[in-house]
Every structure is written in structure tokens, then in C-alpha cells.
Design a protein around this ligand. Structure first.
Ligand SMILES: [Fe+2]
Length: 453
């Protein structure tokens, strides 16, 4: 918590209402059957997840601020705390039905908004409001993955209204919704001098998660990093070179994963009529050559790099490429760091593809106004980017977050992703934000950019 940072009640009200509205856009058009959905390790049933989001506000905001208040639902912790109810039990849990779940969510929101009426929130209350809203934003991003995973229709937010394309069984193959838009490829590397870089969030940051604390000096050797993420056309060359069946490109764990899954190509690709197609929600579209490859896991990214004679950036290299600038004399790094690749001004649609507005990725050459100081493009938005780094705490890490399980249970084997994707909320993302997933996850809207060896 930043003790000097508080937001006006009107601003917090707007954020809470906006997060709530996004949730409703993601779940309201689903059938009752889809509210439960199939039992998979990588999704939650919306019936549980909607209640879980509401219960998070109740637990970490309302009851944190008013410990004596009566609960708004019985057994909320047992039903909705992700560390109490096992993932596989969420489909059979004694949950309220759809109407009861929405009623609980409405009652929680009314209480949250009531707290904001006629008072000026202090720094702690601001922090707890943002924590609960950002938690909802993360689940809303997960709902957009779930709809892709389960072949549901595209979500109904965004300016494209579901976009072009055709049904899964149709013959037409249009460009995907919001995809590409003609900006083309952006080949080549930029050269970045090494030096001492301060990795992590600085103490003037308004809101930080525990895993970003705090900025600390790391030494980074000079490196060359791609201006853009790996595209679908580039990844298709690896697939067409039988990269998935050539042992020499895969790490030990990756090869085990490849054999277990019998993977031959990215999870949502298929070969039809002499070309690759990819599934975008409930429809199939031809590959858009200059759009970043999505839905590849860390092992697939590693194998591609080995085939291409490249490597993944470490998270320090990634953040330096996004957040540092060259010194005025052209030697080494300028002091200080940028909040976003382009500077400290907030994201706009011209700088970063965020907030779900385009319902998909743009070509890698789009949005030059969002370039980093070194000319790296789309480091925020479009596609999450896997890094080489396992998820570990920064030096001096302590669990001082009311949401104690946010990071600590996942340190070690999970891998760090940076930069956000097209579905990430702009208010959540910045250069120092660390996301983390198991290396075998393919449902995330994640791709990668590479470095020269
Ligand atoms: Fe959660």
C-alpha cells in the first residue's frame, strides 16, 4: 500500500461499476448449462467464479474494513475461497443457483458502493477497493479465456460486435474479428546496452502487488531483442519444419509434455484445404500472417527458439527493453524508469491494444505510438509474452498483502509473463506487472518475443 495514494470516491465507484459491468457482459449471454460447463483443470464454472469474485469484495474489502459486520452469504469462505474449496469440487459445491448467485453479487456491490457514498476514502480503503476491483479484472480476463477454451461465442464487449468470420462449420474464411488490420510485419532486433537496471516497482507507484516489490539493482549484459512478438507466419514455419517431432529442439520437460499431449501444432490450429486455420472462439479463420502467435505454452516457445537459433528474454531483459531509455550521450542507460514503454502517460488505443476493445490481436507492426525507447513495439497489450524466467520473489519479499495467497504459493516452477494481452484491463497493466502461469498452459492469450543468442 502506498500511504500517500488515495482516490476520490467517485473514481473508485466508476472502477467498481466498470469491473462489475464487464463481468456481466462475459456471463449474461451464457446458458444455464454453460454457467456450469465442463469440468476442466484450466477453467472454473461461471456459477462458482461469479460468486467467488463477489466474495472477494466481501472478504478483503467489506469485512477487512468492518470485521464485525454480518456475512452476506452463509459459508462464503467454504464455498468461494480458492484455498478452501478444491478446484475439482467447484462443480458439485453447494452453491446458490444462477439467480441466487447474481443476487449475492448485487448485494455485495450495493454494500461496496454504499461505503463510497459521502466519504473520502483514505489510502488503506483505496488500496482495498483497487485490490478487489483488479481481482475482478483478472477473473474477467480469465472468463475471456474460458469462452475461447470452451468454443463459446466471442464476448460481447469491444467495438467490433463479434466481427467478421463465419461459423465453425461454414466454408468462408475471413480475417478474424479485430485481427491484423493490415499493419504488417516488423522484423529485426534492437540492440540494447547492458548496465545496472532497477527491476521492479518503485515506491512512488500508486498500487503494487506483493510480487513487484521492490525495485532492486540487477546487472544486465548487452542484448539484442526482437522489435515484435513472433507471428503466426513465423511460427507456422517451425510447425511445417516438423518442429514438434524433432527431439533436439525441446527441453527435457517440454519433450515429456509434447509426448504426453501428442502435440503437432498450436492447440487451436488445424490443417484444412492446404493451409492452417485457427479457431477464434466459435469460428475458424485462416491464419493472419502478421498477428502474434497465441495460445502457445512455455515449452512450445522454448522449442521454437531452439529451432530459430534464438532464446526467450529474461524478465529483467524484458522489463529493461520496456522501461529503460538510452543515456543522453548514447552510452548505457538513462537514470529512472518509465511506467509504460512510451513514457508515463496512460494507455490509449493508439499506444496499446488493451481492454478487449478489438476482440483480438493486431498485426505486430501496428501502434508505433506505443514503442519503447529502443523501438520495441506492443510490449504492453496484444499478447502476453513468456519470459525465460521462473517466478521467484524479489529480494526482501514479505507477505504483507491482505490477499496472502496471491503470489507465494506459486514461486518456483511457474513462469513469468509480461505485458498484458488484448483482453487485459488498461488500469491493471504497466511495465513492472508480473503475471505467472504453469509452463504447460495453452489457454492463456500468450505468445513471446525472442532475443539473439
Ligand atoms: Fe480469485
Amino acid at each position: 500500500m502506498n500511504p500517500r495514494y488515495s482516490l476520490p470516491a467517485a473514481e473508485l465507484t466508476r472502477i467498481v461499476q466498470d469491473a462489475n459491468a464487464r463481468t456481466r457482459l462475459l456471463v449474461d449471454d451464457l446458458s444455464d448449462e454453460q454457467w456450469l460447463g465442463p469440468q476442466l483443470a484450466i477453467v472454473n464454472p461461471p456459477l462458482w467464479e461469479v460468486g467467488h469474485v463477489a466474495n472477494f469484495y466481501e472478504t478483503f474489502l467489506l469485512r477487512e474494513l468492518e470485521p464485525q459486520r454480518a456475512p452476506l452469504i452463509e459459508n462464503g469462505n467454504e464455498r468461494y475461497n480458492s484455498f478452501v474449496i478444491d478446484h475439482d469440487d467447484r462443480w458439485d459445491a453447494p452453491l446458490p443457483d444462477r439467480a441466487g448467485t447474481l443476487d449475492y453479487a448485487r448485494r455485495v456491490q450495493a454494500e461496496v458502493l454504499r461505503r463510497l457514498q459521502g466519504q473520502a476514502p483514505d489510502a488503506r480503503e483505496t488500496y482495498l477497493h483497487l485490490l478487489a476491483s483488479y481481482h475482478e479484472d483478472m477473473h474477467d480476463e480469465a472468463f475471456t479465456y474460458t469462452r475461447q477454451t470452451l468454443e463459446y461465442a466471442p464476448p460481447r464487449f469491444g467495438g467490433e460486435g463479434g466481427g467478421a468470420g463465419t461459423s465453425m462449420h461454414g466454408a468462408r474464411q475471413d480475417a478474424g474479428p479485430g485481427m491484423g488490420q493490415g499493419a504488417g510485419p516488423l522484423p529485426g532486433d534492437v540492440e540494447i546496452p547492458g548496465g545496472e537496471y532497477r527491476l521492479g516497482a518503485t515506491e512512488d507507484e500508486p498500487f503494487v502487488f506483493d510480487n513487484e516489490k521492490w525495485a532492486h539493482a540487477v546487472q544486465v549484459a548487452p542484448f539484442r531483442i526482437a522489435r515484435a512478438a513472433v507471428t503466426q507466419a513465423e511460427f507456422a514455419r517451425f510447425v511445417d519444419a516438423f518442429g514438434y517431432t524433432r527431439r533436439e529442439y525441446w527441453g527435457y520437460e517440454g519433450w515429456r509434455w509434447r509426448n504426453r499431449e501428442n502435440a503437432h501444432h498450436p492447440v487451436y490450429w488445424r490443417w484444412r484445404e492446404g493451409g492452417w486455420q485457427r479457431r477464434h472462439y466459435d469460428r475458424w479463420v485462416a491464419l493472419e500472417p502478421h498477428v502474434p502467435v497465441l495460445h502457445v505454452n512455455w515449452f512450445e516457445a522454448e522449442a521454437y527458439c531452439n529451432w530459430a537459433g534464438r532464446r526467450l528474454p529474461t524478465e529483467a531483459e524484458w522489463e529493461l527493453a520496456a522501461g529503460a531509455a538510452p543515456a543522453p550521450d548514447g552510452r548505457g542507460l538513462a537514470p529512472g524508469k518509465r511506467r509504460y514503454p512510451w513514457g508515463d502517460a496512460p494507455p490509449t488505443p493508439e499506444r496499446a491494444n488493451l481492454d478487449g476493445e478489438r476482440l483480438g490481436c493486431l498485426d505486430v507492426a501496428a501502434l508505433p505510438a506505443g514503442d519503447s525507447a529502443w523501438g520495441c513495439r506492443q510490449m504492453l497489450g496484444n499478447a502476453w509474452e513468456w519470459t525465460a524466467s521462473a517466478f521467484y520473489p524479489y529480494p526482501g519479499y514479505v507477505v504483507d498483502h491482505p490477499y496472502r495467497e496471491y503470489s507465494a504459493p506459486w514461486f518456483g516452477y511457474w513462469r513469468v509473463l509480461r505485458g498484458g494481452c488484448w483482453a487485459t484491463r488498461a488500469r491493471l497493466i504497466r511495465n513492472t506487472y508480473r503475471n505467472f502461469f504453469l509452463p504447460d498452459r495453452r489457454d492463456v492469450f500468450a505468445g513471446f518475443r525472442t532475443c539473439a543468442r
